[in-house]
Design a binder for this molecule. Structure first.
Ligand SMILES: [Zn+2]
Length: 349
């Protein structure tokens, strides 16, 4: 299914778009007020003076929300959220991102705030990317009733703000690259969080009650004035757009251009000192092999499960990558560019 076409008001800066993703069997009572808040005001600063306005997609005078039906069942999706050894792999977000990209939600200058109507009782309740460690465009909140995520789903702060909206905003901030590792109160054990105030919306243990604080002390992720560290105050996701806006690290991640398989024999790139990255999205129900082409020929780098992405970071600019089906038949070749790109992989039918 292709996304519905919306007439959108012109937005300034980069928009955050709310996507409500649910399955036919899940009755969703999600309302607009549950989605990404367009403003944050007077909830955090000790002087009650901070005011933040986000650029969001609008439909008329309302938040523009898209409803999406996925091709796979909740059971299939939740099975991605599994344990491997002692580490739980937060693959629900990753596989949702790949499927949403295949449906056309892949604009490289947009963040999609996703409210997923499924989810398992053991999997993640929230998730986001965190560039430059991990690039991506979706922030996810799991809203299924009857799971351990329900507590967060139902929490409403005393002023009426739905916690799930602020929590997904927390994930959207991660997806923008916040909190930077350079921040003085960065949580080294849990990347992207602050440790100086448990009421901060970017603390690892998300606050359960007001007051919410937003970069308490103004020294970690908003208005800190350190040009060497990412600052939300110069984010193009804000309104009004800052005079000098700074994209999240590694952004924008554009589409990788496929080269013909006939070039395999001639592509033997030399190692270059310049580094970059490519994300390979397996947009199919079959496994896909990913090879790097070197002087020796094909070297297997990864085998991609269905609907999962392979992140190849710190690769040589000009390096050549060949995607093949399980039998080794070439599907396409991609060459790493000076900036990160993202390749869509589909087997031949
Ligand atoms: Zn977090």
């Amino acid at each position: 299914m292709r996304p519905r076409a919306f007439a959108r008001l012109r937005t300034v800066g980069l928009p955050v778009h709310s996507l409500v993703v649910f399955l036919l069997s899940v009755a969703s009572r999600l309302e607009r007020k549950d989605c990404v808040p367009t403003t944050l005001s007077k909830k955090g600063d000790k002087n009650g003076q901070w005011f933040l306005r986000l650029s969001v997609d609008r439909f008329g005078d309302q938040l523009d929300i898209t409803f999406v039906r996925l091709s796979r069942s909740d059971a299939t999706l939740s099975a991605y959220d599994s344990r491997e050894g002692t580490a739980r792999l937060p693959l629900l977000r990753l596989t949702l991102e790949v499927e949403l990209r295949s449906l056309g939600y892949e604009q490289p200058r947009k963040i999609y705030a996703v409210y997923y109507g499924g989810g398992s009782d053991t999997g993640e309740c929230f998730g986001g990317s965190y560039p430059p460690s991990r690039v991506g465009n979706i922030a996810i909140a799991v809203v299924k009733r009857g799971t351990r995520c329900e507590e967060a789903r139902n929490l409403v702060f005393s002023d009426g703000t739905h916690a799930i909206a602020v929590a997904n905003l927390h994930e959207a901030f991660h997806t923008m690259g916040l909190v930077g590792r350079c921040a003085p109160h960065h949580n080294q054990e849990s990347g992207g969080h602050v440790i100086d105030d448990p009421q901060d919306i970017m603390s690892a243990s998300f606050p359960r009650a007001l007051p919410l604080k937003f970069d308490a002390g103004r020294d970690d992720y908003y208005g800190h004035g350190n040009p060497a560290c990412l600052d939300l105050a110069s984010s193009p996701f804000l309104l009004p757009a800052p005079a000098v806006a700074e994209l999240p690290p590694l952004w924008p991640v554009g589409a990788a251009q496929a080269r013909a398989c006939a070039e395999e024999a001639s592509l033997r790139p030399e190692e270059s000192a310049q580094r970059s990255g490519v994300v390979f999205d397996n947009m199919s129900n079959a496994s896909i092999q990913l090879f790097q082409l070197t002087a020796q020929g094909r070297t297997l780098r990864d085998t991609l499960r269905p609907w999962i992405a392979s992140y190849q970071g710190n690769v040589s600019v000009g390096s050549a990558w060949l995607a093949a089906d399980a039998s080794g038949n070439c599907l396409a070749i991609f060459v790493a560019q000076t900036s990160w790109t993202r390749a869509s992989l589909r087997p031949r039918t």
